[in-house]
Write a protein that binds this ligand. Sequence first.
Ligand code: F6P
Length: 350
Amino acid sequence: MSDFKSIGILTAGGDCQGLNAAIRGVAKSAIKQYDMDVIGFLDGFRGLAENRYERLGDNSLSGILTFGGTILGTSRDKPHKMSIGDKVVDTIAQAEDNYHKLHLNALVCIGGGGTQKNALRLLKKTSMNIITLPKTIDNDVWGTDTCFGYDTAVEIATEAIDRLHSTASSHHRVMVVEIMGHNTGWLTAASGLAGGADVVIIPEIPYDIEVIKNSLIKRNRKGKRFSIVAVAEGARPKDENEIPNDYEDSAAVHLTHRLAELTGLETRLTSLGHVMRGGSPTAADRILATKLGTKAVELIAEGLSGVMVADRGGYAIPVPLEEVAGNRRIIPNDHPLLESLRSLGICLGE
Ligand code: F6P
């Protein structure tokens, strides 16, 4: 049995589905298997700096598996650069102090790419033991095959594309759908494939506007009187002059206007936005979040620190934070998702 008796958890960065499943996985296994006390810091790294927390036990953990969001709250605050009043303050020493005052033996930080970097900062600059879990709908955390939140967001975007098909077909329109994903196209490529989009535009492949225009016109001439264009929020044109420097709208707004102008086809834009982060997690996300959460506690009990618990080949594996932080996982050009889209003749704007 480990000497570790007390751990903290926090959720940081944008929320996603499966966060509560992960909190539950960590806390329940810590309490049931190792008889640990578990503290949940509120609102990400801000709660750690301000010593705002709640004790997690049967009551707070019960019934949360299926809930979206995070019972702990989250924020994009960084421990080394936190806005407090009108100042930006380095709160790392405060965070370390609070950790020790609460007699914690480890802190589990659940988050995306930014959180991995912040966790590494705390690890390097303090005596805290830190383990992280990868979550984000974007699926772009380095070192893991998947992040929880992604599967549910793919389902939501796929359903949206399904629904857009009938209205696109009735009105004979081009429907552009903007999909989140920050600077990667995992969500757009996966939901574009699952939903049968006709054009899929991702940041990893800067698009050629002429290629997209031609593919829409070709479809129209073949008698297919509607098209669905799935575009990632981070999409960018091959030709930098395509979007003027002073252009303030999103890439999808620009693309929608340009395609309407170039094709003469009636075109509409739907932006899925934060809807993609809401609601109950899929079974796959619940399983992944729970699996990584319970493994984190096992690793803490073994005395491990400075790692992210990654999903690799279906196994929960510790990966050094040093390898993860600061890297982003983008879609390689020969990834099966892209190869499959190409084989179907779906236009990638390349
Ligand atoms: O990282 C998740 C994500 O939803 C991205 O897809 C998106 O770019 C960003 O967060 C939106 O952030 P915010 O919730 O701060 O508007």
